[in-house]
Design a protein around this ligand. Sequence first.
Ligand code: AMP
Length: 694
Amino acid sequence: MGRVVGIDLGTTNSVIAVMEGGRPVVIPNSEGSRITPSVVAFNKEGELLVGQMARRQAVLNPQNTYYGIKRFMGRKYSELSEASKRVPYTIRRDELDNIKIRCPRLKKEFAPEEISAMILRRLAEEAERYLGEEVTGAVITVPAYFNDSQRQATRDAGRIAGLEVLRIINEPTAAALAYGLDKRKNERILVFDLGGGTFDVSILEVGDGVFEVKATSGDTQLGGNDFDKKIVDWLADRFLEEEGVDLRKDRQALQRLTEAAEKAKIELSGVSVSEINLPFITATEDGPKHLEATLTRAQFEELCGDLVSRLRKPLQRALKDAGMTPFDIDEVILVGGSTRIPMVQDLVRSFIDLEPNQNINPDEVVAMGAAIQAGILAGEVEDILLLDVTPLSIGVETVGGLTKKVVPRNTTIPVRRSEIFSTSENNQTTVEIHVVQGEREMAADNKSLGRFKLTGIPPAPRGVPQIQVSFDIDANGILQVIARDKTTGREQSIVIQGASNLPPSEIERMIKEAEEFAQLDRQRRERVEKRNRARALADQAQRRLREVALDFGSQFANRYRQDIDNICKEILDALEKEDDRRLDKSIADLEDVLYELNREARLQYKQEEGEGFFESIKKTFMGDDEEEYDWRRQRQPNPRYGNRDYPANYSPRDNGDSYPSANPPRYKPEGGYRIGKKNLSIPYENDWDDDDDW
Ligand code: AMP
């Protein structure tokens, strides 16, 4: 079993953390950032991009760039609000009312779970690179208000990504876990989590290593994106009025507007005025049009007043459910990037009359808590007992389609509850148990979790048989419902692991496809690395030529120049024509020539430094048995490249490890070949086409 990590799979950003030395550590991605945008894209080569790379190209590729996918997880198309359907990519409803996301580039469709799996996979790969170990398991966080199918969809995403999802935990619970590590006294904590797409309020009791969630409430359709949309609408309405063009209808313009709106919003958390400039946002018959606007914090607060009001209700409800008043709260924790908005902080202050605790980085606290939970499961963290709650009430449908709640919302799990039911008709021998989840009175308005029948009830007048229905929820939130006829003892039960929107065969297919993607990805990366390596090698060869010319004179260098120049040309040509076989061959040839050059150069040094020293170096570099190479003999041109020969006993390509470790080959870049453009500088005078892989 490899490592188990904690993942905060966010609407806007995701973070991965792991326990190291008994403390949670956030793992930076290969771009050096501790948070990875939850954005997935397919570029024009059909290559998968995840994170900042995907986000950066979103404007130019809006239909193949997917963000905010968490809002679609585990939801039916018909459950979506009009606002959440307004995205620059295309979503559609399939025959089962499931959401499908179109990818014109690959000419295929994805389920939201598959897109999320791509984010999870990439995060796990980053962690593997960081840890140098395989990552096989994960604890993934979800908003406390997520229902069963949303949780199940998250679990499915993990499976598709090839991870064993050991636990799904609530984000505020994770935040409290991270927070509570340092806290040992009894406290009541309100976790106020406003991220990119969701809002959660949770009230927890923390102390003596025990966490208990007393109540949760929230809104799965409210987050920082809504604040962005307010600014987008404000800008677009103004533009429509002034120029008669609705920028929201142009996907690229909408994407640029959204990015500019978010930037302005973030700026307004620190300053009171933000300038928005979007040149060439569109063109009309009169020519190109530019968008320029100034947004003040006061204007922004006016635009978003209704959103802030919407934050109040879940706050009130959570307190009510916990049986508390604002005065009972000892500490307020802010989680999620949007809690940096001053008016949001003001709302919290005015509601609870406490200065919110901002000691913990609001972007990272959830992932850190998830890592701690992973540590608890792996036995690395002791003395913490995490008590979770049911996010929504669970019950059964009764006569007239009414819901009878058996396990109310916010009940601490694990839990076992039972109720006695009876028949509704005379001589009824079968009852159907319909398990539902939700707060609505009518069962049809709640989420159906499953149905099963209990048969063989002895005929009796209605209301006489006694059917005991027991609900058993374990620590993982897995529900077992048992119906038992008290007269006969007959029993029937079902286990509800979560309401997946995806049938098992679909999930299997998706797992296979994700693996294929990962393999394709690897091949692509290897190819890019090889191409970069070829360029770096050619550059090193030219540099080495200059060095030996300086050290031993141009006559020495000239013996290799023709070979090296020819092979470098060959490399350039193979790169341009994308001929990988020729590239492999040229790389190997250049390595051979360089090996020979370095070897001769070393002998030259030895010669210059005298025989005594020569003997000792000879032993180090060549071993005792190796025949001395006569560096003085003339090189003959290589028939293929015009100049090549080797010592009779030497076959460099067969002998990959022929460099003594104390003296690594100079043409191999230190630290290996990096694929990031930033890490590769190729100041070679030749006309490399620097951009063809990027
Ligand atoms: P999260 O889901 O926690 O990563 O939060 C992401 C959301 O926080 C996005 O909507 C961001 O625009 C928003 N955000 C990040 N930093 C700030 C800031 N300084 N002011 C306002 N919103 C922010």
